[in-house]
Design a protein around this ligand. Structure first.
Ligand SMILES: [Zn+2]
Length: 179
């Protein structure tokens, strides 16, 4: 049975690490979340769970920060740890001479990290992270968006790229303005 993988600790217990939540009575790993609530200002989620095997109810505290996210690259399934620094340097390049500085970009990355941790998957594709970045950049700065998109998409999908641009601006001639 596929269990939810998450970083958690039981009520009052010690941290268990990045592993499947098991019932603290019967150790069955199929549990149902009854209730979820953000605690510590969104840094953790408190979940009430019910064991589907024995009916035991228990509470887990799932931390959103400590587990490391594994990024699966598109080409050949190479895996590496998610790196804020690496993403930041790509974003800084895309954001040169735009309205976006270090503070805005750090915030953007934190927002992405939060979303990644919240979905609870231990692995995420680099394509998904790229899409998450682009969604946010599109709302923040068009120039940075276009630069990031042109590197990230590597011009393999010009039609889709142009469509996204025209959706943002409502016209199709933005490519002509690119530096
Ligand atoms: Zn149980």
């Amino acid at each position: 049975m596929h269990g939810l993988r998450t970083f958690y600790k039981y009520n009052g217990g010690s941290a268990k690490g990045w592993e499947t939540v098991k019932c603290n009575e019967c150790h069955h790993d199929d549990t149902k979340v009854i209730e979820s609530r953000d605690v510590s200002d969104g840094e953790a989620i408190r979940r009430r769970r019910r064991c589907l095997e024995c009916g035991n109810r228990f509470t887990t505290y799932e931390r959103l920060e400590r587990p490391q996210i594994v990024v699966v690259k598109n080409n050949g399934g190479v895996r590496e740890l998610f790196s804020r620094q690496k993403l930041l340097s790509g974003l800084l390049r895309a954001s040169e001479k735009t309205t976006l500085g270090n503070v805005e970009l750090q915030r953007l990355i934190s927002d992405i990290e939060r979303e990644l941790y919240a979905c609870g998957e231990p692995e995420v594709s680099s394509a998904k992270i790229g899409d998450m970045v682009m969604q946010r950049l599109a709302k923040l700065d068009e120039v940075a968006y276009v630069r990031f998109a042109s590197v990230y998409r590597r011009f393999t999908d010009i039609a889709g790229f142009e469509q996204q641009l025209s959706e943002i601006r409502g016209r199709k001639d933005l490519l002509a303005d690119r530096p």
